[in-house]
Ligand binder design. Structure first.
Ligand SMILES: [Zn+2]
Length: 260
């Protein structure tokens, strides 16, 4: 970070002289936040597949030559339908979901040594414990990645594992007085959030992203069975809706939070 501290939200006067935050487009981010490059980026994915939900944004950084590390917090076994691809036990389902994430990271171009599965201990409902042991695992990821930006789903989400991922991160960031930006993405189950940043994208990128999302075959099939449309469409529908609000075909949207 530059000595010059960026304040958030960035404000600009509107016509009625009230002040309102203005969402940034992704390519304005580095300048507006006074970020020095190359950047270190950590993605805290509550489940295998949360990385892929923001793949167009992450590809922007990947193509610039920034360093991306992905930590997948939980095994995602509870998201696999019993018997899918012959998987019945938690161990078999874990193997399946991790294999899907490895395949999607290969397609994305993330080096295998930048992907790690934390397999955090889970409570009876399949959510990670909010305890010191899990905070310590997140602390190690933050320390090893020297992250300038940390991506994860927004904590205001009906999914408890998403809530707790943010809570674990936040307590470590505050306790260790880390200096970084949290970049909190909109997900299918996000309730309310502020849009500070958005990544517009076109149909060609949408097709690339759809291909990536379909590599999570267990999730693709589950969505087809439950909702009658695939995992790719589930995610792209949210991006399409976010894009329509900004007059672009698709957008991934984020809230920014500064930690000092
Ligand atoms: Zn998730």
């Amino acid at each position: 970070m530059d000595e010059k501290k960026a304040q958030w939200p960035l404000f600009e006067p509107s016509s009625d002289l009230a002040f309102k935050p203005v969402p940034l487009m992704l390519d304005q981010l580095l300048e507006k936040l006074h970020l020095t490059t190359p950047l270190n980026i950590l993605v805290l994915a509550p489940h295998p597949d949360d990385f892929d939900a923001i793949a167009v944004t992450l590809r922007f950084f990947q193509q610039r030559g920034d360093t991306i590390h992905l930590a997948v917090l939980t095994n995602g076994a509870s998201g696999v339908e019993d018997g899918f691809a012959g998987a019945h036990t938690d161990e078999e389902k874990t193997f399946l979901r991790e294999a899907e994430q490895i395949a999607s990271c290969r397609f994305f171009g993330l080096a295998p040594e930048h992907l790690r599965f934390l397999r955090l201990p889970l409570d009876d409902n399949g959510n990670p414990f909010l305890d010191d042991a899990n905070r310590q695992r997140i602390r190690v990821c933050l320390q090893q990645s020297h992250a300038d930006l940390v991506f994860m789903p927004h904590g205001n989400d009906s999914n408890i594992t998403h809530q707790r991922t943010y809570a674990l991160f936040r307590s470590v960031a505050l306790e260790d007085k880390l200096s970084l930006w949290a970049v909190l993405n909109q997900d299918a189950k996000t309730q309310v959030m502020r849009t500070d940043l958005y990544t517009p994208f076109d149909e060609v990128s949408a097709q690339w992203k759809a291909q990536l999302l379909r590599l999570h075959a267990s999730q693709h099939q589950r969505n087809l069975n439950m909702r009658g449309h695939g995992f790719d469409e589930r995610v792209l529908a949210i991006n399409r809706q976010a894009g329509a609000a900004r007059d672009v075909a698709y957008a991934e949207v984020f809230e920014l939070e500064r930690f000092e």
